[in-house]
Design a protein around this ligand. Structure first.
Ligand code: PAF
Length: 282
């Protein structure tokens, strides 16, 4: 495995691979890697000759400076994990390398980028599109792998790829969970022991709501999830929406479409740590 830090190193290494006719897969990450990322890398290694994993905490997608500062970083540990899972290249550039000058491009894909995370984190998806498009242009991957925990992110990137005509196949990968159900996230590292115990209620109540939804309306299911979580001291739901899995617009009843997902963001603890998760209803 090789660690690369500049776009020109990356392009030179991949040009050699392309000359040999090798396929290239990309796993974009912000580091602080866990078993969820490992599952993306494993799949990428299985499906491609060359696996590039980018590790870059992208400042333009953080609308909250404190969140950016506290984002966990450990490149040595990330490299050990990536080496053990068979990555070919780790691309870990500096902020100056990726943004030699401010990126003034504006990406806008309503309605998928204006709801949920888009509404609560203004500019977030614009920053995601800025960095992901730069990575796609530099790596020119045949396939790119994203975790379904960031369900809306995949929908927005799908729109961007279509709009810009980028020839990459997007490969969404299922959420990986701890044995008790908590969705794996780099932010889990920020939870204290008691917050970690509290956080498990998010997936517990989401799973329970799947059964609940069988004989309750969408509106009742929304209220059930929100009220159950908000009743627990230390948890506060920022939003919970039950949406069409492609348009991400709220659905009014279960018959509306056969692709229905519940997306949630919850603040956990006193800091607080912002956790997201989602569950498929149909
Ligand atoms: O999902 C993430 O970790 C980030 O949003 C991504 C796709 C690596 C872009 O910075």
């Amino acid at each position: 495995m090789e660690l690369l830090t500049t776009v020109s190193q990356l392009e030179a290494s991949l040009a050699r691979a392309r000359q040999e006719g090798l396929s290239v897969g990309l796993v974009p990450t912000m580091g602080a890697l866990h078993k969820g990322h490992a599952s993306l890398v494993e799949r990428c290694v299985r499906e491609n000759d060359v696996t590039v994993v980018s590790v870059f905490v992208n400042p333009t997608q953080f609308n909250d400076k404190k969140d950016l500062q506290s984002y966990p970083r450990d490149l040595d540990a990330d490299c050990r994990l990536l080496q053990s899972h068979g990555a070919t290249y780790v691309f870990a550039p500096s902020v100056e390398e990726m943004y030699p000058e401010p990126d003034t491009r504006q990406f806008s894909y309503p309605p998928v980028d204006t709801v949920m995370e888009g509404a609560f984190r203004p500019g977030h998806f614009n920053g995601v599109c800025q960095i992901v498009s730069k990575l796609f242009y530099a790596v020119k991957p045949d396939r790119a792998y994203f975790g379904e925990k960031d369900f809306q992110q995949i929908a927005v990137i799908r729109q961007m790829v279509q709009a810009l005509g980028i020839p990459v196949r997007l490969c969404p990968c299922p959420i990986v969970r701890e044995s008790d159900g908590l969705a794996l996230s780099s932010r889990n590292a920020l939870l204290s022991e008691s917050e970690r115990k509290l956080a498990v209620n998010i997936s517990r109540i989401l799973f329970f709501s799947q059964a609940y939804s069988a004989n309750h309306t969408v509106r009742q299911t929304l209220a059930f999830v929100e009220d159950s979580l908000n009743a627990l001291e230390g948890l506060e739901v920022q939003y919970f929406q039950i949406v069409d899995g492609r348009s991400l617009q709220p659905v009014a009843d279960w018959q509306q479409t056969d692709d229905i997902v519940g997306c949630i963001t919850v603040f956990c603890g006193s800091r607080p740590v912002r956790l997201i998760d989602n569950i498929r209803y149909r």
